[in-house]
Design a protein around this ligand. Structure first.
Ligand SMILES: *[C@@H]1O[C@H](CO)[C@@H](O)[C@H](O)[C@H]1NC(C)=O
Ligand SMILES: *[C@@H]1O[C@H](CO)[C@@H](O)[C@H](O)[C@H]1NC(C)=O
Length: 907
């Protein structure tokens, strides 16, 4: 490389890295607890468990330090729950009067969970070297007394499944009373953290057995399978950081933590399957994934079918959950038994959203809205960012730009569309702003270290932040969403919570100081990662109250914590309009799904910068399969609504949006599956093909449910794509019906028209093929079934329908069918459980078309029962709305009702 070129490249690299403002954020090295923990040697803990007893149905023990008898013992509690869930609690001994109670994160574990506790009666060998308790059929939890270690064991093989402190890295710094001369302050840039209780961090190691990879612990932009951060043959990197931050222009591959933190990890391997580990702790966390062969103690290379991890947190307690799988979907079920399954979204919210910072005024809104109609592009939601308010005072409208908010919403609503406005946690400190006046009078704001109201800088300038950890403040906040309080809001208006990490422009690392104080004397450092969670919860609760408990809330949040899935959707924040960000959006969305946050998506087009039309089109084609599908753009970018790049690109974007609308019945069914089982809407391939090693690190392709495989195109002017299609069965190209063999990597030609997507043989997809202005208007439209037969000429699929908006489905007002095709006959079976109240969802909708892929040719007609009606089988287009769609075997207008039992025999 010549000098000038090298210089230019350097300059380009620098400008990119600099835009991330790396220096604003702490590294592990600059973070004393992380630095201390990372430098500790294995087996340094020398703890022993003593006084093991069973009390109140749980096992308790004391943990004593053998190396330092001065250290106060810790209290360990072990409980076993239904679904083979093991919970471990370690805290200071309250009878030894610590300076204050450490923070146990409330309201994350669902209220029903404690009642699933199994009553431990007896432990084997409490006086021997270890105590073991029954965990579930064939599994035990074993507490080794000296040195202290906890593991889950498979009783028949004796193999371990999961273990805690096997490397002796456990450390727990107990709170201290400050005495003369103690200097516990920490400084970072111009900020000082007073740390009134001294160092209080916790760290330990966790091992996953029979595992090749670990996944999870969002949020960050990196690969799906987590790369080792330490160990032999790896370049030591930063640990994975969990600390909710407003990161400006994040880079596309980094262990650095972004807006949300979910301290839940899932492992996977070919032989054993999956297990999971969740640490309920909302302080800053740093996690190392150790490379195979890591064993500093023995220096011996270990078999690579175990993954060792090292967890460090600045504060809190050990409240840990072990999940034994053994299948990936089982781990998701177990995790969501503890933290809750995702809320069932409204139908409109899983359709397409149009957003921009900002739609200027009512005229702009009207123009954008009518342009969608003119071009026949469906969309469901129009979004207003911060500029719609009166000077960034949330719950208000700019009187000049938005003088008629109700009328504006009513016009959208007449077409079945909705509006979303932004409501952030920073409240403008303006004595004339009623919200601020009330909050300060009532003392509802977070306090600084000296007990005064915390005052930070954000969009409105000087701002304070409601302390939503306090249930009373949450219910006060929720009231603000009533139609009376939120003047100008109507029932078709929903909410967006941004900046809830919380973002504080002049705070340390752009957030709140760690020594700020919350309800109950909780330090911000203990609560930080859950601040956004409580704010999101209070907002969702506001919409629930507003709708009198019969309108499902929709609240998009940027900051998340474990359990956020119960309150709404998340997006991956301020990404950039480049190909790398398009690509990393898939591992990001998959990882969120693996940790319960199924309803997620990335900004289509990229938030910062101006996408080339080709990138924008590719982003729509991929985004059409995100669970949350929204286009969004930064203030300083050029307008990029679907019609801004010429007719051809408009057509391509429209086509991508149409794919999503056609598949809405399938997506909605998957959202219900997530709502009942925790299994995410979009899934890594290995969740569907758990024993296929070729899928374990694939994060360019993904499954939508169990039936669709989608491969993104992440490069410019791509002519070909390599697509690995797993399994023994074949796959049908979604657009052409062409069959491809499974278990093979195919080199496929690609065009600008679509990204590769395939229906798995043996599945039945449900579609709606008539396009209207919004999903709401498609509600009573007929369905199309696409039956993709496998080698045994069989297929199966499900369809879930309800009113799309209320909670009546919880009382039985829904339709849930299973379609089974076997022996040349399609039958529709009822999956709905009989409801006591006899509530039903009355749908008149029919099936207007049945497409058979992979059926032997020659059949001319079919017999519908019980109506005993004969009907023709003919050739018809695979996609009715597409000019060049191939002709396939079709049963037109069987017009059977989705709500009823029937069968169709191919003759
Ligand atoms: C499904 O979602 C609804 C709210 O949207 C929630 O009340 C319910 O608990 C969730 N889970 C199940 C199993 O219905
Ligand atoms: C074909 O699909 C059906 C339904 O999904 C399934 O039960 C059957 O096992 C599959 N056949 C083969 C050979 O995989």
């Amino acid at each position: 490389m010549n000098q000038t070129l090298r210089f230019t490249v350097l300059l380009l690299l620098c400008s990119h890295v600099l835009s991330w403002r790396k220096e604003e954020f702490r590294t592990c090295h600059q973070t004393p607890f992380c630095n201390r923990a990372r430098s500790r040697a294995p087996s340094s803990s020398s703890l022993a468990a003593t006084d093991v007893t069973i009390s109140d149905g749980a096992l308790t023990a004391k943990l004593i330090s053998k190396s330092d008898p001065q250290t106060k013992p810790l209290i360990l509690t072990l409980s076993v729950h239904q679904n083979a869930i093991l919970r471990l609690l370690i805290d200071e001994d309250p009878s030894l009067s610590p300076p204050k109670q450490r923070f146990h994160v409330p309201d994350v574990v669902v209220p029903e969970f404690p009642s699933t506790k199994l009553w431990l009666q007896r432990i084997s060998s409490e006086n021997g070297p270890s105590s073991s308790v029954y965990l579930s059929e064939g599994l035990s939890a074993v507490l080794r007394h000296d040195p202290f270690e906890l593991f889950v064991r498979d009783d028949s093989s004796g193999d371990r499944v999961l273990s805690f402190n096997s490397h002796g890295l456990f450390d727990f710094e107990q709170l201290k009373q400050k005495s003369e001369g103690d200097d516990w302050e920490e400084r970072f840039r111009s900020h000082t953290d007073t740390r009134p209780y001294g160092p209080q961090s916790i760290s330990f190691d966790v091992s996953f057995y029979g595992a090749q990879y670990v996944y999870g612990i969002p949020e960050r932009a990196t690969s799906l399978a987590l790369k080792p951060t330490r160990g032999p043959n790896v370049d030591e990197s930063e640990p994975y950081r969990l600390f909710n931050l407003d990161v400006f222009e994040y880079i596309h591959d980094s262990p650095f933590g972004l807006y949300g933190s979910i301290p839940f990890m899932i492992s996977h391997g070919k032989t054993r399957g999956s297990s999971g580990f969740f640490w309920l702790n909302s302080a800053e966390m740093q996690i190392d994934v150790l490379a195979p062969g890591w064993d500093a103690e023995s220096g011996i290379s270990l078999p690579s079918n175990r993954v060792d991890t090292f967890w460090m947190s600045e504060a809190g307690v050990v409240d840990a959950f072990f999940f034994v799988g053994p299948q990936p979907k089982d781990v998701l079920r177990q995790y969501t038994v503890v933290t809750g399954t995702p809320a069932m979204p409204q139908l409109f919210s899983i359709a397409y959203h149009q957003c921009r910072w900002n739609y200027r005024d009512e005229e702009d809104v009207e123009h954008v809205d009518s342009k969608f109609d003119e071009l026949d592009i469906p969309y469901d939601v129009l979004w207003l960012d911060i500029e719609h308010t009166d000077g960034k005072r949330y719950f208000t409208w700019d009187k000049v730009l938005f003088p008629h908010p109700e009328e504006m919403q009513r016009k959208l609503s007449a077409k079945g569309r909705h509006m979303v406005t932004i409501v952030d946690p920073h409240i403008k400190r303006d004595e004339n702003f009623h919200l601020h006046k009330e909050a300060s009078q009532k003392g509802y704001y977070v306090k600084d270290a000296s007990g005064n109201t915390f005052d930070g800088w954000c969009w409105p300038g000087s701002s304070s932040y409601p302390d939503t950890l306090n249930p009373e403040i949450r219910s006060w906040w929720a009231e603000k969403f009533s139609y009376q309080n939120y003047v100008g809001s109507t029932p078709s208006l929903y909410i967006w919570n941004d900046m809830n990490e919380p973002s504080v422009f002049n705070g340390p690392e752009v957030t709140m100081p760690r020594d700020a104080l919350h309800y109950g004397g909780v330090e911000h450092r203990e609560l930080h990662n859950a601040y956004g969670y409580y704010f999101h919860m209070a907002t969702a609760d506001g919409l629930l109250k507003r709708g009198e408990g019969n309108d499902r809330p929709f609240v998009l949040t940027r900051a998340v914590f474990a359990g956020s899935q119960r309150y709404g959707a998340v997006w991956t924040g301020d990404n950039t309009a480049d190909w790398d960000h398009l690509r990393v959006s898939i591992p990001m969305v998959l990882t969120l799904g693996l940790t319960g946050m199924s309803f997620s998506g990335a900004d289509v087009g990229g938030f910062f910068g101006n996408p080339e039309p080709e990138l924008l089109v590719r982003w729509y084609q991929l985004g059409a399969y995100y669970p949350f599908f929204r286009a969004h753009a930064h203030h300083d970018t050029k307008r990029r609504e679907p019609w801004m790049f010429g007719e051809r690109n408009t057509e391509l974007i429209k086509d991508a949006v149409h794919v999503r609308y056609a598949l809405l019945p399938y997506f909605y069914t998957l959202f219900r599956e997530a709502n009942t089982t925790g299994v995410p809407v979009v899934r890594p391939l290995w969740m569907e093909f758990p024993s296929d090693e070729d899928t374990f690190t694939n994060d360019e392709a993904f499954m939508v449910g169990n039936s669709l495989l989608v491969q993104g195109i992440y490069t410019e002017r791509a002519k070909h794509a390599s697509v690995y299609l797993p399994g023994k069965q074949s796959w049908y190209d979604l657009r052409t019906g062409t069959v491809y063999k499974g278990g093979v990597t195919h080199k496929l030609e690609v065009t600008e028209e679509n990204i590769p997507a395939f229906q798995r043989a043996g599945t039945i997809l449900t579609r709606k093929d008539r396009f209207r202005r919004s999903s709401t208007q498609m509600k009573n439209d007929p369905f199309t079934l696409v039956i993709a037969l496998n080698s045994s000429q069989e297929a199966e699929g499900e369809l879930y329908i309800d009113d799309g908006s209320s909670f009546s489905f919880l009382k039985g007002a829904y339709i849930h069918r299973r379609f089974v095709f076997k022996n040349g006959k399609l039958i529709s079976l009822n999956l709905a459980t009989a409801s006591a109240s006899n509530v039903r969802y009355p749908s008149e909708a029919v099936i207007e078309r049945i497409i058979l892929l992979g059926h032997a040719p020659g059949s001319k007609n079919a017999l519908i029962e019980p109506s005993n009606q004969k009907i023709d089988i003919e050739l018809g287009p695979l996609w009715v709305q597409r000019a060049r769609a191939p002709a396939v075997m079709t049963i037109r207008k069987p017009n059977v009702h989705v709500a009823e039992d029937w069968s169709i025999q191919i003759l």
